[in-house]
Design a protein around this ligand. Structure first.
Ligand code: ADE
Length: 224
């Protein structure tokens, strides 16, 4: 059974192109995972289909209402599924989290909006909260897209070559080494000699050194 993902959002059309394109689109077409996007407003029952309201206690902005979100999650959830809320105050997304979630059977993703969501949603129908970084988006739909993309890469078959997972940034806590392809000389810039040498031991050595150098420059925190 492929991983099933249900995404609940106020902006379902934001992901139309994203889900159809690229390696992710191919993975979905090939049946390696299935993604359904739901419009949360379908569960808003009042005549204006309101999904948000002013915060108790005052303050700026609007808060996502509990009723439609509870109704939506209770309808799409299955026994044993993992219900995830995308929020800047969640746990930072990492390759470890993406890999763990890629092994689930069913994920329900909730994209929040405005100043946040009623705390009773988080207390009542959410298992895990994830942030994609220390910046604030206008809503969580792009964050959900990032999570889907990051975890899909760990589903067997989604990346053509299993190899492509092993040599990339973060797998061994180092950033990636530089890559080159033909031509060997372009506008006076040539490819490092060692890569043309056919000497695999030397190539590995060179790549490891470049990884260390790059990580030291850009992300010294990864080396601690
Ligand atoms: N919603 C708004 N900003 C977000 C972020 N940085 N991560 C996850 N969800 C979000």
């Amino acid at each position: 059974m492929p991983l099933q993902i249900d995404l609940l959002t106020l902006f379902p059309r934001m992901l139309d192109g994203f889900l159809a394109e690229s390696i992710l689109g191919k993975g979905i077409a090939a049946g390696h995972l299935a993604v359904k996007v739901h419009d949360l407003r379908a569960w808003a029952t009042d005549k204006h289909r309101t999904a948000d309201d002013r915060p108790f206690g005052g303050g700026a902005g609007m808060v996502m209402k509990a009723e439609p979100v509870f109704a939506a999650i209770e309808q799409v959830q299955t026994p044993g599924c993992r219900r995830i809320y995308l929020t800047p105050d969640g746990a930072p997304l990492s390759p470890t989290i993406a890999h763990r979630l890629s092994q689930e059977r069913h994920l329900v993703l909730l994209s929040g909006h405005y100043e946040g969501i009623d705390q009773r949603i988080r207390d009542g129908v959410i298992d895990e909260e994830i942030s994609i970084g220390d910046y604030v988006l206008t809503n969580g739909t792009l964050a959900a897209a990032v999570l889907i993309d990051a975890l899909a890469r760990f589903i067997p078959g989604v990346l053509g070559e299993e190899k492509s997972l092993t040599h990339e940034s973060f797998t061994n806590k180092l950033l990636d080494f530089p890559q080159y392809t033909r031509p060997a000389e372009f506008r006076g810039m040539s490819v490092p000699e060692v890569l043309l040498s056919g000497n695999h031991a030397e190539i590995e050595k060179w790549r490891s050194a470049r990884q260390l150098e790059k990580t030291r420059q850009v992300r010294p925190d990864l080396l601690k």
